[in-house]
Ligand binder design. Structure first.
Ligand SMILES: C[S@@+](CC[C@H](N)C(=O)[O-])C[C@H]1O[C@@H](n2cnc3c(N)ncnc32)[C@H](O)[C@@H]1O
Length: 266
């Protein structure tokens, strides 16, 4: 299966915003001004030109962010990681803990369509947004943020002719104990916060088949990627604590301006 769909098919909210836009928009938001600048690459190009004229030697600004929830680099990684477990027949279903509107889930659903036998795609979300965070989660993302509905997910799947996923609505600590499939071939943990990742690992890990892959969104290791996106350090904290007594290791993988990592179950 080709993977060109990852750059347009699932990019439901492409962010044609430059680094300067993001800075200006943050200032506008703080000042309570309901406006959004979307100049795309124009400002960055201008700044890069001025910097090169003034002889300032530095990396050019990355002009454009390619997606909102995930970027192209992450989607490339997702494509290859899920594709390989399905191609090699690792036993079990596919799960995503923290699906929001179903964007990354749709990517998984699309890759699954290209493999036989069909597995089930299970999605878990509160559909009430994020829970309250731990001190390690910083204060950028707030309780109740990223609130959406199951219907939005279903509509997105219908829009692209994907088979309906099995949706489990509720807080992870309530749904996961009884509603995870017995065997899991591929898991995407995208619950953002320390407690959400901790409870996800506790329930998902024992069900992962040998050779299964678990992808950990927002995991950034500053020792490997000092400039990496590191706004949700609770994710790494939860993983590092969990893996202290496990044989597997978390492997950070290059993902452009965002961060994620994975481990393969022994
Ligand atoms: C970043 S979004 C997921 C984005 C999605 N995977 C994508 O890439 O399109 C995180 C989601 O996790 C959910 N979430 C976080 N912690 C949760 C918990 N403890 N129980 C249920 N849902 C949770 C939030 O409601 C939110 O929709």
């Amino acid at each position: 299966m080709d993977n060109f769909f990852i750059i347009d098919y699932f990019d439901w909210q492409p962010q044609r915003r430059s680094v300067v836009d993001r800075f200006v928009n943050r200032c506008l938001r703080k000042a309570g001004i309901p406006m959004q600048l979307a100049s795309a690459a124009a400002f960055d190009a201008l700044i890069n030109r001025l910097r090169s004229r003034s002889g300032v030697a530095s990396e050019p600004l990355a002009a454009i962010f390619s997606g909102s929830m995930t970027n192209v680099e992450q989607r490339m990684n997702m494509f290859h990681l899920i594709d390989q477990v399905l191609a090699y027949g690792v036993l079990g279903d596919v799960v995503e803990l923290g699906c929001y509107q179903g964007r990354s889930a749709a990517l998984f659903g699309r890759v699954m369509m290209g493999h036989k036998p069909q597995r089930k795609l299970h999605l878990y979300d509160s559909f009430a947004g994020l829970p309250g965070g731990d001190i390690s989660d910083g204060n950028v993302f707030k309780a109740g943020g990223l609130c959406t509905s199951e219907e939005v997910v279903r509509a997105n799947f219908r829009r692209y002719g994907l088979p309906e996923p099995v949706i489990h609505k509720g807080w992870f600590n309530e749904t996961l104990p009884d509603a995870l499939p017995e065997r899991i071939a591929f898991a995407h943990l995208d619950g953002d916060f320390y407690e959400s990742i901790k409870v996800s690992l506790e329930h998902v890990y024992p069900r992962l088949s040998c050779g299964a892959i678990c992808l950990l969104d927002d995991y950034n290791d500053p020792a490997v990627n000092p400039g990496g996106w590191n706004l949700l350090p609770g994710v790494k904290k939860a993983c590092d604590e969990f893996f202290l007594d496990k044989p597997e290791h978390v492997v950070p993988i290059y993902s452009g301006g965002y961060s994620h990592a994975f481990f393969r179950k022994f």
